[in-house]
Design a protein around this ligand. Structure first.
Ligand code: HEM
Length: 145
């Protein structure tokens, strides 16, 4: 189950990134389908939040079931600082922005939706553990690679 959750979390990242590009294009070209696609994006983002919270609290490095290893200082250890603080915080902000953008899309406020989505995309691109990240943080682009 844990592996399945992690794999889903990894794959959903691509769906969210693609949907962000699609919705940003739709927002700036004032396309009415933004209303529907922003809903799909929000559903994916909230699913990601649920899986992420599960991983953060009960996953392989979960705060509740595993805790911080003895002698580790949270903010001094780059691995735990990334997975317990930076990644969750930046991603939660990104998901809030996606939710706000959905509200703007519903109200046909295309410009506001577009800029919220662009900002969210930047947060996500910064906070994903891309393979080039050091300190054991970087992960594969897809499960099983
Ligand atoms: C759009 C939002 C998010 C994206 C794109 C994203 C992306 C990713 C990716 C690509 C990984 C590596 C997966 C792998 O090893 O195959 C990961 C791991 C992780 N994510 Fe997220 N994430 C998001 C939101 C969140 C949130 C909101 C939380 C927590 C509240 C979270 C917590 C975690 C944790 C704890 C791990 C490490 C899990 C482990 O190695 O066992 N993520 N995330």
């Amino acid at each position: 189950m844990e592996k399945g959750m992690l794999d889903l979390h990894s794959v959903l990242r691509w769906i969210i990134i693609v949907l962000l590009f699609v919705t940003i294009y739709q927002a700036f070209s004032k396309n009415k389908s933004l209303k529907k696609s922003s809903l799909w994006l929000m559903i994916c983002a909230h699913t990601m939040l649920g899986i992420g919270l599960y991983q953060l609290l009960l996953g392989r490095f979960g705060m509740i079931n595993k805790g911080l290893p003895a002698g580790t200082s949270l903010m001094k250890d780059s691995f735990y600082r990334f997975y317990w603080v930076e990644h969750p915080l930046l991603m939660i902000v990104a998901i809030v922005l996606i939710t706000m953008a959905r509200g703007k899309a519903k109200a046909f406020n295309y410009k506001a939706a577009g800029w919220l989505l662009v900002t969210s995309l930047i947060f996500i691109l910064v906070a994903v553990p891309w393979p080039f990240r050091g300190s054991g943080i970087g992960r594969h682009l897809l499960p099983g690679m």
